[in-house]
Write a protein that binds this ligand. Structure first.
Ligand SMILES: *Cc1c(COP(=O)(O)O)cnc(C)c1O
Length: 371
């Protein structure tokens, strides 16, 4: 017997089709020529030599599945951050972890809050499980704790906050994060996305890991893609309650981090000099870059104060962000224009090497007629 159907083909779930596909940063210029890529917040210093060597040492292990429990990686992370290895999860980039949290806690009819100009993956993660994204207004492009709290309803299951935030680079201080947690109901999970945490100065810790150690409704995510320079290997991790971790293990992909990736990540944790050199380089050139943008204020350019490895530059004068984006492409610089995120007037620019950063400013000065 065949069942009659009015549909001529399988139909995707409507909540899936409501997702706007993720748009990665470009890596080639308009003509396809290699260009300077400052569109994906990668580490311009590359990867530590230790991590690269650890990666290369695994070329003969390709036939074997990786350690599904990422035992050694969890132990290394736990030692470094003073955490319980049993409460650590790992994933194919922290993107996967952000999806796992939604998969565990949210579903159709539930609400997921994040701030306007928040990381695009939150919207995708919420919609993927059929939940409804709820967008809290920003305060000066940054996180507004009171705006988030005012949107909490009995349907709220998750709140995502990136700190520092991407694409704005804005930072929420520890006291505000603590206040946000205190104002949330106990059954709402606060997800603190710390993809750029290692770029903060020692006295700028937002207290997220400390909250996650003691509160069952706080979950922290981190990545090896940014300061550690391992974006190609896709390694992220998260820290939360045993209950949260147990639930995530049930839905994660069985072998989500590669053998060479686990080894590289362990070596990267030990490469303290490389991490500090990367942080120092970034802080130095981010300050220089932001000061240079301030000098272009009369051309309508304005840098949002950033604590990450990129700066969001607003174009509020005659030269629009779109025009500057295209002119930069022609000059060989790829930055990120994000009109789809409500920022048609902004370009996100990753801090590159000294030569790249100086070159980018020289190109910008020419574009706005200040050269
Ligand atoms: C880059 C980034 C991530 C995750 O990157 P992965 O490569 O998937 O680990 C997560 N959150 C924010 C805010 C980011 O910018």
């Amino acid at each position: 017997m065949t069942l009659a159907s009015t549909k001529s083909a399988p139909v995707p779930n409507p909540w899936v089709m409501s997702i706007a596909p993720y748009v990665p940063g470009r890596s080639t210029s308009s003509g396809g020529a290699a260009a300077i890529k400052l569109s994906s917040n990668e580490n311009p210093l590359g990867t530590s030599a230790h991590a690269a060597a650890a990666f290369a040492a695994h070329k003969d292990d390709l036939a074997r599945y990786p350690d599904a429990s990422a035992h050694d990686l969890r132990e290394a992370l736990a030692r470094h951050h003073d955490l319980d290895p049993a409460r650590l999860i790992y994933g194919t980039g922290s993107d996967e972890i952000l999806h796992l949290v939604a998969g565990v806690y949210a579903g159709p009819g539930d609400e997921v809050i994040y701030v306007r100009y928040g990381f695009t993956v939150y919207d995708i993660a919420a919609r993927r499980v059929g939940a409804t994204p709820v967008i809290a207004p920003d305060r000066d492009y940054g996180t507004d704790v009171d705006a988030i709290v005012s949107l909490v309803t009995e349907r709220t299951r998750l709140v995502y906050v990136a700190n520092p935030n991407n694409p704005t680079g804005t930072y929420t201080a520890a006291a505000e994060i603590k206040r946000l947690h205190a104002l949330l109901p106990d059954d709402v999970m606060l997800v603190l996305d710390q993809a750029y945490a290692e770029y903060l100065a020692a006295d700028e810790d937002d207290g997220g890991l400390e909250l996650a150690r003691t509160k069952s409704n706080v979950f922290v995510t981190r990545t090896f893609s940014k300061i550690h320079g391992l974006a190609a290997e896709r390694i992220g991790w998260g820290y939360g309650s045993l209950e949260a971790i147990d639930a995530m293990h049930r839905i994660r992909a069985p072998f989500c981090v590669t053998t060479a990736g686990q080894a590289a990540a362990i070596a990267a944790i030990g490469a303290a000099d490389f991490v500090e050199a990367s942080r120092f380089h970034n802080a130095t050139w981010r300050t220089w870059f932001s000061d240079e943008i301030a000098l272009l204020g009369n051309a309508g350019l304005r840098a949002i104060p950033s604590k990450a490895n990129f700066v969001l530059v607003l174009f509020e004068g005659v030269v629009t962000a779109e025009a500057a984006y295209n002119a930069l492409l022609t000059s060989g610089y790829i930055v990120r224009w994000v009109p789809g995120q409500g920022l048609p007037h902004g370009l996100r620019m990753t801090i590159g090497t000294e030569a790249e950063t100086r070159g980018l400013i020289a190109a910008l000065r020419e574009i706005v007629g200040a050269a």
